[in-house]
Design a protein around this ligand. Structure first.
Ligand SMILES: N[C@@H](CCC(=O)N[C@@H](CS)C(=O)NCC(=O)O)C(=O)O
Length: 207
């Protein structure tokens, strides 16, 4: 199994975390998006990362890949089967991808991606405006949803993966959740990003 995409991407990190959680061996080709790599281009029709090749089977999109991995390697389940838990886990996967990512990525783009990866000046005012105006409702919602160690029931799941992955990019952007204002979220982020699977996926970006 080959996973394409640098794990600086929160979406690629989702896939690596799932594979590490399940103990599934894989090769990693940490290409950037739209990479000039024939294998990657075949696996990713949009040029976005991540993409996967598994014994000739090609698949793009982190959510599609997570569902594939879950079906192929059901041990150490990451997608609950009970109806309400399943619905809630899929909701948080979608929320992480479609609601959190477009906003939480702004400081990362301006403070890390542009200056460090693209040799461009970042727009600090844009980062600060997003943090001040767009972050609070998202973080308030997450704070309201955290009751224990996990977002869904009593087990780590795709919900935790898809939400927490965005917070590592925020750390790269030197943003930490204020534990005075959002205590449950701050504790959950720290605990989740300390899991060995996240630590390994984050370390993969440094290779
Ligand atoms: N829905 C996709 C989104 C993937 C995505 O947008 N990846 C970004 C990197 S974080 C990308 O490749 N962007 C390039 C582009 O939008 O053209 C998934 O879950 O994998």
């Amino acid at each position: 199994m080959i996973v394409y995409g640098t794990s600086v991407s929160p979406y690629v990190r989702k896939v690596l975390v799932a594979l590490y959680e399940k103990g599934v061996a894989f090769d990693h080709k940490p290409v950037p998006f739209h990479a000039d790599d024939a294998g990657f281009q075949a696996a990713s029709p949009t040029g976005k990362i991540p993409a996967l090749e598994d014994d000739g089977y090609l698949l793009a999109d982190s959510t599609a890949i997570l569902h594939y991995i879950e079906a192929k390697h059901p041990e150490t389940p990451l997608i609950p089967t009970e109806a309400k838990a399943r619905g809630r886990a899929v909701w948080f996967d979608e929320y992480g991808d479609a609601e959190l990512f477009p906003t939480l990525i702004i400081p990362f783009v301006e403070r890390f991606m542009k200056p460090r990866l693209m040799q461009q000046e970042g727009d600090e005012a844009r980062a600060q405006k997003a943090i001040a105006e767009k972050f609070p409702p998202l973080l308030d919602y997450l704070e309201s949803q955290i009751q224990g160690d996990y977002l869904v029931g009593n087990a780590f799941s795709i919900a935790d993966i898809a939400v927490a992955t965005n917070f590592h990019n925020l750390r790269l952007a030197k943003f930490e959740v204020d534990s005075g204002r959002w205590p449950k979220l701050a504790a959950w982020v720290n605990k989740t990003l300390e899991r060995p699977s996240f630590v390994s996926a984050i370390a993969a970006a440094k290779n």
